[in-house]
Unconditional design. Structure first.
Length: 246
């Protein structure tokens, strides 16, 4: 694990979140760097999803702050964070089921280029957006499904399209919730390859994942959560014992 792979792209500072009498996040701090793949791991109920949603903006912490490139975004909703380059995919995500795979990617590419959603849907996208959508199709090897309605895809393929859509949005920080859930071995390999390429290009990638093999394969920095607190941080070799015991 590199000590300083890039600048601090996304940071949580002393986050606390309660649900009634349950303390879901207990003074959680972490930093994810540009050019690096980080992972949040731990048992069910550890607080991983709560932390993910607080970072993405779909949930607000009771106290503490979230920083994007050093700027406090704690009060910004998820869509405003997305416009600043913080792109998230959720475990129970969704696609536009009536649109084709390519059209789903085109919507993300259009948003990336600050065009309107309507232009994407009526088939008059900017040339650059079309190129981005096609690059995402090729990168994720989705070409044979390009004209298929996304609602007709298998669960695993929908997951792959969601990640491809996040890629097409041009993230500076990419948050992924269980990215390889439901994917077969070949599809998981594609995701691993793409994430490494994104990190190499300077993107900050932070994922929540239960698949130990995948985490070991891609993550350079791992944070283990248990009962709302980070109990270990480091590379896979340094945290695997704590992760197993958590």
């Amino acid at each position: 694990m590199t000590d300083h792979p890039g600048h601090p792209a996304l940071a949580a500072r002393h986050l606390i979140r309660r649900f009634g009498g349950v303390l879901a996040l207990d003074d959680v701090s972490l930093t994810a760097f540009s050019g690096e793949i980080s992972a949040l791991v731990g048992p069910n109920g550890a607080g991983k999803s709560t932390l993910f949603h607080c970072l993405a903006g779909s949930l607000r912490a009771d106290s503490g702050s979230v920083l994007l490139d050093g700027r406090d975004i704690s009060r910004l909703p998820a869509d405003a964070r997305s416009r600043r380059g913080l792109i998230a995919t959720y475990q129970q995500g969704s696609v536009f089921p009536s649109l084709t795979v390519r059209e789903n990617l085109l919507v993300a590419a259009e948003n990336r280029h600050r065009s309107t959603l309507v232009r994407a849907l009526v088939g008059r996208p900017a040339r650059a957006s079309g190129a981005v959508a096609d690059r995402a199709l090729n990168t994720f090897r989705l070409g044979q499904w390009r004209d298929m309605p996304a609602g007709d895809l298998s669960t695993g393929m929908v997951r792959l399209v969601e990640i491809a859509r996040a890629y097409a949005a041009g993230p500076r920080v990419l948050l992924l919730d269980e990215p390889v859930s439901g994917l077969n071995r070949a599809e998981t390999g594609v995701v691993a390859e793409v994430l490494r390429g994104l990190a190499d290009s300077g993107v900050c990638v932070l994922l929540v994942e239960h698949d130990r093999d995948f985490v070991e394969q891609v993550a350079e920095r791992i944070s283990v959560l248990a009962t709302g607190r980070i109990v270990a941080q480091g590379d896979f070799a340094n945290v695997q014992a704590v992760w197993s015991a958590a």
